[in-house]
Structures are given as C-alpha cells and as structure tokens.
Design a protein around this ligand. Structure first.
Ligand code: ADP
Ligand code: MG
Length: 227
C-alpha cells in the first residue's frame, strides 16, 4: 500500500520579478514501511520535494496525498495537527534549542501534544538511552559533539513513533564514521517500529542504506531504482 502519493507536483518560487522553478512536475509513490531516498546534486529540488511531503511548504500545482489525505488542501492548523500526529523530521543542522538540555529538546514534541510531564520524561529518557545518550540527558547542545547532537535530533523525531520520518541530509555535517553510526541508528529504529522513512542526500553511499533510490535532477525525477 502507498502511504504517500505525489501527483504532478510543480513548485515555482517567486524571487522578485523572477520565477524559479524548483520542481517541474514530479509524480512519486512511496510504499508503507519502505525506506526511500531522494538522491541528487545541490539545487536539484530534493529539499523542496521533502518539505512539501512533510507539509512545510505548499506546492504551486499538483497533489500530495498522505494516508489518503490531501496535504495541499489542508489549512495551517489542520496541517500542524496532521504533522504532529504522523510525521517526524530530522534536520541536517540538528535544529536543537540551544538553551535546552537533550532531555528537554526531545520532550518538546510531546509538550505540543499535551502529554503529561511524567510520561514525557519517561519517553524521552527511553529513546535517548536507545540512541546511546543515557549519560548525556542533561547536556546542552553546545556540550555535545555533532554526532551526539544529531542523535538528540533523531531521538526527538522518533520519540512518539510517528508513522513517517523525513530526514534532510541528516549526516551532512558528520564525519564518515559518525555518518555510518547515525545511518544504522535511523534505519534500525525505523525498521523496528515499522516506520516509513524518506531521506534526502547528495551522496550515493548513503542511498545504499535505503530500499528505493529516486534520483532527482533539475526539478524532475530522473530515475527510480528499487533494490
Ligand atoms: P536541494 O535540496 O536539492 O539542494 P532545493 O530544493 O533546496 O535543492 O532547491 C531547488 C531550487 O529551488 C534551487 O534552485 C533553489 O535555489 C531554489 N529555491 C529553494 N528554496 C527557495 C526559496 N525559498 N526561494 C527561492 N528559491 C528557492
Ligand atoms: Mg537541500
């Protein structure tokens, strides 16, 4: 079953008088529980496509259907609730709150969901321990390495076990060894939880961790390879 269906999506950014076409009619189906990679060079439109699937941006034209719901037709409030319920997002630059501890950063999405304090704490501690940060619960981002910060980012995305995880160049700021650790971690947790994973990268080696590789070039899907 397809959990995500994209139909002829066009995205044109308006830059003053100039129109920048970022996506030129993309159609794509993503199977439930599959691991899909969007691979392409810088500027090809990968992030635009991912952000649109994650409901962070609206397409200029076309349809984005997730779990049978049209994302492009939702108002901001509906979209926010839908994201809260079904979607986790891992960022390249971690996007952690600098004044908050690892534990507080991971608790953040649970606060928005209105989960009680004790349960929040317990869920955050559990996932942070699972990503190997059980001894770093009270550290702030600046007191951790890049790899550790990204593990906090992963813990935050996965804490409530959303059905869909989006990751935009999650290892883009990490060295080779840490990249391997982080990729194994993301794919192992997603597999254990039966989640759907959609990941953006410009590195063919990263694509090897995924089941399906969608090559994006100049705002279009160039090829789809299923392993
Ligand atoms: P990638 O993630 O593959 O590097 P992006 O999706 O970020 O590519 O960008 C695709 C194209 O759209 C690029 O030409 C980029 O300059 C342009 N673009 C992206 N975001 C914006 C924006 N907010 N405003 C104007 N142009 C944008
Ligand atoms: Mg990008």
């Amino acid at each position: 079953m397809n959990i995500i269906s994209i139909k002829d999506v066009v995205k044109i950014y308006q830059m003053g008088q100039e129109k920048v076409p970022a996506l030129r009619g993309v159609s794509l189906d993503i199977e439930e529980r599959s691991f899909c990679c969007l691979l392409g060079s810088s500027g090809s439109g990968k992030s635009t496509l991912l952000n649109m699937m994650a409901g962070l941006e609206k397409p200029t034209r076309g349809e984005i259907i997730i779990k049978g719901r049209h994302m492009e037709r939702m108002d901001e409030e509906t979209l926010a609730l839908f994201r809260q319920k079904h979607i986790g997002f891992v960022f390249q630059a971690y996007n952690l709150l600098p004044t908050r501890t690892a534990l507080e950063n991971v608790e953040m999405p649970l606060i928005f969901q209105g989960k009680p304090r004790k349960l929040r704490r317990q869920m955050a501690e559990e996932i942070l321990t699972a990503v190997g940060l059980g001894e770093r619960l009270h550290h702030r981002p600046a007191q951790m390495s890049g790899g550790q910060q990204q593990r906090v980012g992963i813990a935050r995305a996965f804490v409530d076990k959303p059905e869909i995880i989006f990751a935009d160049e999650p290892t883009g700021n990490l060295d080779t060894k840490t990249t391997d650790e982080v990729m194994r971690m993301i794919t192992n947790i997603a597999r254990d939880n039966h989640q759907t994973l959609i990941l953006v990268t410009h590195e063919p080696e990263i694509a090897e961790y995924m089941d399906k590789v969608v090559t994006v070039r100049d705002g279009s899907v160039e090829s789809v390879r299923v392993k």
